[in-house]
Design a binder for this molecule. Sequence first.
Ligand code: GLV
Ligand code: MN
Ligand code: MN
Length: 416
Amino acid sequence: MGSNIKMNTERIKGDISILANIVDQDRPLYTRRPFTGEYLKSRKWLKEEMEKAGLTVSVDAASNLIGERKGSRPELPPIMIGSHTDSVVGGGRFDGIIGVLGGIEIARQLDEQDVRLEHTLLIVDFTAEEASEFGISTIGSRGMVGNLNKEILERVNHDGITLREGLEQLGGRPSELEKEKKKNGDISLYLELHIEQGPVLEQTGHELGAVTGIVGIRRYKVTCHGQANHAGTTPMNMRADALAAASEVILSIEYVANQSYSTQIVGTVGRLFVEPNASNVVPGKVVFDFELRSLESDVLDEAIENIGQSIDSIAVKRTLDITIEPLSVSDGIIINEDVVEGVFHSCQEVGSSLRLPSGAGHDANQIASIAPVGMVFVPSQNGVSHSSDEWTDYELVTKGIQALWNTLIYFDKQFK
Ligand code: GLV
Ligand code: MN
Ligand code: MN
């Protein structure tokens, strides 16, 4: 299958450290939110590294940073390798980052070893993969495949900036999204290297994973409208306590996600705002987001219906209004078996490998609407991710890049 190329672990380690230092100094380590000064700075560095690797660099309408290396058969649609370099608040040094840096390392190796692929190769740093202030994730990959509508582009973040303006600040051209959007047949294959972000590879003693499917995610915004009032003078039976209502809704989400379904489901409330947020005031308003994830859309539909019913009965019982608004939808995907096998055997050449699904969402979910996708996982120490404790040994990151290289070389010959 692939040629056994020796990746440069020291160089990869150096790259990861450089990005780990371009972070928001006023927030917990290692925060690099999109549409911020740190993000722009890291983009500038990535662009320079792409150019040094011999790539021709551009920014597309959705503000994704793209490095291109021409193939020997320009009539073939390109193979794309991508991931993201934004983080959650207090996120890690590896999530998304090793996928982009791995792509750049592969471009360097192709350049240094003077290997000419048949397909043109695109290395992409997708804009804002993590859940954003605009209520959606995977902004850049959505934009690339025409899945960012007008309503989403006009959403405003806490700095009063619309998503449209945010994309422009990164060099994107939102007015050209429709014209530039990629369609079926425009990409031969999309590949992504990522940390597993869960415990399975480590606990089963595997060094690499070939991803078989990726969960879909539904996110909603819930607003509990109570009545702010004096915490000392308002009798318990005369309150419309928005936070007590929200607490009941949150426990009902946990309850619904804990039931058994044909496919596993998880549900989370990770962000909540209380007004006025004072210890001697009955809370008047609570706004929170919740998300549900599963590989199967039907299971998500069933769960959201159950949550809707609970919310209605909690609102009636507590005589206050609770509204629920959809924020984003992404469907789960099952990865094409031939691609899983190609990835799996490319991984096996490097280390012991396992086929497994992904509980995290990825840019691959979006690209799957126009092209076959494949993903390589490397283990996450103690299964920890979305935390500054996130860790994967550099030797394992290197093995992941080697597996990605093997996969690329294999499919370069296969996909015509
Ligand atoms: C992305 O990391 C996600 O799964 O939310
Ligand atoms: Mn990620
Ligand atoms: Mn993430």
